[in-house]
Write a protein that binds this ligand. Structure first.
Ligand code: NAD
Length: 260
């Protein structure tokens, strides 16, 4: 059980991050939620998660493209909930375009959120974990942390960077009771992927159902989406005692994507 532990899950108002927050709350962890979205909906989410699992749940809408806000978020999580024992760096964005058309501002935004925020959050949280002699850091990378696809230069570069940063901090913390791992999902049906499917359907004049099938068929031998709940269960395992010697790993949950 994770009762008494505090987990900060970035980008947890939607998709995979929400699945992770639910899975950790189900194990008894108190949760600091983060992300963007409608204020009233987020408050409903915060209250219902706490009520359902009998844990404390706080929310902070820090914009993680800003390093000062990341530092403030970590400080606030510790002040409001008492510690940060588990850090899940999950917030991420995507943009799809060939390199010659890739907008500079999209490159900067994706590197800032998908890579630099992971650095800043680990930098702030590691000293707190060291002080307690226990910590779990899980970085949500991607199959694109291990292999590339065309038209995703910023995302692929950032996710490869996350895998490297994960290995580095794992080595630095190897004897401090802190494990640091990356999870590398294949396709998960979330708003981030729905936007890509809808864009394909519009440009190919097909249906979203056809494009969802085509998207899977191009990359994943197993023609099935992973769910946010299954990513959450994977994170919960990495936070468990059984996983105490799993560190510095880039762990695939991708329907065979990188085996292909
Ligand atoms: P999503 O769009 O459903 O959720 C993204 C979350 O990040 C939301 O809560 C959003 O509010 C938050 N966010 C966006 N910009 C932010 C900012 N500047 N500061 C703070 N929070 C911000 O996407 P998702 O599919 O759940 O993706 C979550 C993570 O999983 C990402 O890192 C993504 O790269 C990774 N991933 C997704 C898939 C997939 O198939 N969906 C596959 C592999 C990896």
């Amino acid at each position: 059980s994770l009762r008494g532990k505090v987990a900060l899950v970035t980008g947890s108002t939607s998709g995979i991050g929400l699945g992770i927050a639910r899975a950790l709350a189900a194990q008894g962890a108190d949760i600091m939620l983060n992300g963007f979205g409608d204020t009233a909906k987020i408050e409903d989410l915060r209250a219902s998660l706490g009520g359902e699992f009998g844990v404390r749940v706080a929310f902070d809408g820090a914009d993680l493209t800003r390093p000062a806000e990341i530092r403030r978020l970590v400080t606030r999580a510790e002040a409001d909930l008492g510690s940060i024992d588990i850090l899940v760096n999950n917030a991420g964005i995507q943009h799809v375009a060939p390199v010659e058309d890739f907008p500079d501002e999209k490159w900067d935004a994706i590197i800032a959120l998908n890579l630099s925020a992971v650095f800043h959050a680990m930098k702030s949280a590691v000293p707190l974990m060291r002080r307690r002699g226990w910590g779990r850091i899980v970085n949500i990378a991607s199959a694109h942390g291990l292999v590339a696809s065309g038209q995703k230069i910023a995302y692929v570069a950032a996710k490869h960077g996350v895998v490297g940063a994960t290995k580095t901090v794992a080595i630095e913390c190897a004897n401090d009771g802190i494990t640091v791992n990356a999870i590398c999902p294949g396709w998960v049906l979330t708003p981030l992927v729905e936007a890509q499917i809808e864009a394909r359907a519009a440009s190919n004049r097909t249906t979203v159902q056809d494009e969802a099938k085509a998207l899977l068929a191009e990359k994943q031998p197993m023609l099935e989406f992973t769910t946010p709940g299954k990513i959450g269960a994977f994170v919960a395992f990495l936070c468990s005692e059984a996983a105490s010697t799993v560190t510095g790993a880039a762990l695939s949950i991708d329907g065979g994507w990188v085996a292909h």
